[in-house]
Design a protein around this ligand. Structure first.
Ligand SMILES: Nc1ncnc2c1ncn2[C@@H]1O[C@H](COP(=O)(O)OP(=O)(O)OP(=O)(O)O)[C@@H](O)[C@H]1O
Length: 458
């Protein structure tokens, strides 16, 4: 072991034994706690997560039966079934050692101790415990990755100038560890972009862990994100690592971050600031090393202005911001995306010869696509399933009228200055009065924005 690790509890009523344990083990382990009174064991276990507990079998003066030790062993294992208890028996008392092992002790030592034997036994148990913990974390990780692989992730398809700018930003930011906030309507590809950032980052060999904050009930928020200790609440039947801990080394994708309750925002902020988590029911900090990518379809700046989202949390997550345009603002992408999905679904539904009819693509490119790419994907899948001819007709796409582009209002102004003033007002509103952001959204420099606001008496 290079850095000292491992927490050891030694319980014995003989001060000499405790002194020897400290002397032998201290140079090799992070913490050696000694306890003369067995009545304090359970309190110590609540305070610290010990890797090895060395337990004497006799405490009352003159007793040798080992009954007390067996009782304490049972109590320890009842409080923490995963505890690794190493029992101390008198030399030659094999029957007691066997009894203790049957009741769940991990190994036994005989007194008087041989120092080398004491150290090698404790070390072996510590390594075993560490491996078990690692296996458990890996199992959780594997489950999350498996869930992930079950979803279909396609390559990013685009030929629009609007998306060119996005790819440029992704290229620049991917190799850094900067926190990224992706904004955009539902179905615009926020998750796809988050995965792309991870794929191009130096963390790509580690996991990409997604947390859908919109679907986690407030009561489970802390345990899902930070993990819990066994017994921390009714359903906590065993120790479990949270998503932040599991994502360590890789990227954590917090989807729907605009949906979390204010009290949870405060807890998340603390964890991100301190770069460590504490599992629910534990007071032991665990360091985390994650690249944070967040996404939301909510008007996050308006939410900050309305005190629904903490400004300090926003500043923590938005080192770089990527605003994904809705599909209606990248009409150039509609036909290649439609072709892409047609290709997928005609194979899936064994209709290889199906193609788009003449007017069909026109209908698709004119539509407003409020559900963006996801809506287009579902519309093509549905049309492929329902079509009974070789060409997909406009009528195969049941696009709701209410989703059509808003008609141009009568009396709508075409005066450039009025339009510009209106655009500035809208941008300021959208950005919660943040001038720097509003200037970015408008494509002006900050000083130009000031000048124009002066000009329009704003
Ligand atoms: N440019 C693209 N090329 C190909 N497929 C895309 C593209 N953008 C999005 N998609 C697909 O559209 C669907 C929705 O994308 P994604 O889940 O990334 O959107 P989102 O913005 O995260 O959605 P939500 O806000 O609802 O969580 C996915 O199936 C995704 O693969």
């Amino acid at each position: 072991m290079s850095k000292k690790e491992g927490k050891i509890l030694v319980v014995d009523d003989d001060q000499g034994v405790l002194y020897t344990a400290k002397m032998v083990l201290k140079p090799h382990f992070e913490m050696i706690k000694t306890e003369v009174n067995p009545n304090n064991i359970l309190a110590s276990l609540k305070e610290t997560d010990f890797d090895v507990i060395i337990l004497d079998m006799n405490f009352s003066y003159g007793t040798t039966s080992g009954k007390e030790g067996l009782t304490w062993l049972e109590r320890i294992l009842k409080s923490d079934p995963q505890a690794h208890v190493l029992v101390n028996t008198a030399y030659g008392d094999i029957q007691l050692a066997v009894d203790a092992m049957k009741r769940g002790a991990i190994d036994f030592l005989t007194k008087p101790w041989e120092k080398e034997k004491l150290l090698s036994t404790v070390r072996a148990i510590y390594e075993l415990n560490k491996s078990k913990k690692e296996v458990k974390n890996l199992k959780t990780k594997a489950r999350l990755l498996h869930d992930d692989l079950n979803q279909q992730y396609n390559q990013i398809i685009s030929q629009s100038p609007a998306m060119e700018r996005i790819f440029d930003a992704v290229n620049k930011v991917a190799s850094t560890d900067a926190n990224v906030l992706i904004l955009g309507e539902n179905g615009t590809g926020k998750e796809l972009i988050a995965r792309e950032i991870h794929r191009r980052s130096h963390r790509s060999n580690e996991s990409f862990i997604k947390v859908d904050l919109g679907s986690i009930p407030e009561t489970l928020f802390e345990s899902e994100l930070f993990g819990h200790k066994k017994g921390a609440f009714t359903d906590a039947r065993e120790d479990r690592a949270g998503r932040l801990e599991i994502a360590t080394g890789g990227s954590l994708f917090l989807d729907e971050i605009g949906n979390i309750a204010p009290s949870m925002q405060a807890k998340l902020l603390t964890v991100l600031q301190n770069r460590e988590v504490m599992r629910v029911g534990s007071n032991q900090p665990i360091p985390i090393d994650i690249r944070l990518i967040s996404a939301t379809n909510m008007p996050i700046y308006e939410m900050v202005a309305g005190n629904q989202f903490r400004q300090d949390l926003l500043y923590r997550i938005n080192t770089v911001e990527i605003q994904l345009p809705p599909l209606r603002e990248r009409v150039e992408d509609i036909d290649i995306l439609a072709d892409h999905y047609l290709d997928i679904y005609r194979k899936k539904y064994l209709k290889e010869h199906l193609s788009f009819g003449r007017d069909t693509m026109k209908k698709l490119t004119e539509y407003h696509w409020p559900g963006n790419i996801r809506e287009l994907q579902h519309a093509v899948e549905r049309a492929v399933i329902m079509s009974s001819s070789l060409k997909l007709q406009p009528s195969d796409f049941l696009l709701e009228n209410k989703h059509k582009k808003a008609p141009i209002k009568q009396n709508e102004s075409y005066n450039i200055e009025e339009l510009e003033k209106q655009a500035i007002e809208n941008a300021l509103k959208q950005c919660g009065g943040n001038l720097t952001r509003a200037a970015e959204v408008l494509g002006f420099g900050r000083s130009t924005l000031y000048r124009k606001m002066n000009k329009y008496n704003m």
